[in-house]
Design a protein around this ligand. Structure first.
Ligand SMILES: CC(C)(COP(=O)(O)OP(=O)(O)OC[C@H]1O[C@@H](n2cnc3c(N)ncnc32)[C@H](O)[C@@H]1OP(=O)(O)O)[C@@H](O)C(=O)NCCC(=O)NCCS
Length: 323
């Protein structure tokens, strides 16, 4: 790809990231995020070396996933031999979700972030996506960039955590039959994909296959009487945390039953981990069951978008970067 040279800063070039860039790109993220926390005097989640190492590993994982899947794209800003910024986007059909935008502290305020966003705009337009969304930090400079990008603030995304969860036992009589989601079950995957298109708003079968390949477990729920798919969920355990999501229900009324089933599956994991859930503000029916299971809010993250995707009053995200 030809480097995209800036008008303001001829020495800064924006190009697609290669595998060898990703560790440095993740370090840019961590350095920018840590400096922002100091400036805003926020609680510092990187207080120990261990916490920094885990966070960096997660960022490298997220960037590797974005650059390895066809729906993702990672770009970097380069100045001489140094990477000075990183940005990433995931595009599924008409939806583009910007997952990373970070500039090295020494290079901030010099237009690098603007250049990265201009390149993302070209990538998003070329893919034909029209709805752009993102979960923002608390940096007003980032908000300024997003407003100029044509995005508007919306209801925040809530991240909840449970250190000592109390997962429910099987609820008898919910009338649901569970079918494992497996990569060789084309009929099950097709039903999952149909639910995903309707509720999440986009298709993401290759990503679901990837999560399963990496050890996530999924269940499709069918109504025992009508045999119709009611919802599905995915649960996974990572190095230092467990994750519940996506959780998808065809109706708001059925969402608590689908979520209960997901919480039961999480309860079957033996490992003692902190559990995480990221959910859209529109989903009110998830909150009661999550509080009952011992979850509490960890963060409310600013949301920017230029439109709506899916029916998020009956949806829990995979995570804030993936939706
Ligand atoms: C947000 C970030 C990526 C922007 O990149 P950058 O290279 O610093 O940004 P630019 O220089 O291109 O533009 C900064 C804009 O903010 C404006 N700005 C600067 N200080 C500001 C402030 N205190 N309040 C509001 N706007 C401010 C500038 O005027 C400029 O806008 P303009 O071009 O419309 O005049 C970068 O600052 C960063 O990494 N911040 C910390 C990490 C972070 O929060 N990332 C965003 C994750 S969602």
């Amino acid at each position: 790809m030809t480097p995209h040279r800036s008008r303001q800063h001829p020495e800064v070039a924006v190009r697609e990231a290669v595998a060898a860039d990703l560790v440095e790109a993740a370090q840019i993220y961590q350095s920018a995020a840590m400096t922002l926390h100091e400036v805003l005097r926020l609680r510092n989640p990187w207080s120990s070396e261990d916490a920094r190492a885990i966070d960096l590993r997660e960022a490298i994982g997220a960037l590797s996933d974005l650059s390895a899947t066809p729906s993702g794209k990672v770009i970097v800003a380069e100045t001489g031999n140094e990477l000075t910024g990183v940005a990433a986007v995931r595009i599924r059909g008409r939806h583009a979700h910007i997952a990373f935008l970070f500039v090295l502290p020494a290079w901030q305020g010099k237009g690098v972030g603007g250049q990265l966003l201009a390149r993302l705009r070209e990538i998003i337009d070329a893919a034909g996506a029209s709805v752009v969304t993102l979960v923002a930090s608390r940096d007003p400079r980032a908000w300024q960039r997003y407003l100029r990008f044509g995005l508007h603030p919306g209801p925040p995304v809530m991240s909840m955590r449970a250190r000592k969860p109390r997962f429910p036992d099987l609820v008898p009589g919910d009338g649901l039959e569970s079918v494992p989601i497996e990569r060789d079950r084309a009929d099950v995957l097709e039903a999952v994909d149909r639910l995903d298109r309707e509720i999440a708003g986009v298709s993401r079968l290759p990503e679901i296959a990837r999560w399963l390949e990496h050890g996530a477990e999924g269940t499709l729920l069918r109504d025992r009487v009508t045999d119709r798919p009611v919802g599905f969920f995915i649960v996974s355990v990572h190095a230092d945390h467990g994750r519940i999501g996506p959780v998808v229900s065809r109706t708001v009324t059925r969402f608590p039953d689908v979520l209960s089933r997901a919480l039961q599956m999480a309860g079957r994991h033996e490992r003692d981990v902190v559990w995480r859930v990221d959910l859209p503000s529109a989903n009110h029916v998830a909150i009661g069951p999550l509080l009952d299971a011992g979850f509490s809010p960890h963060n409310l993250m600013p949301w920017f978008a230029n439109g709506e995707i899916g029916r998020w009053d009956r949806y829990i995200f995979r995570d804030e970067d993936t939706l």
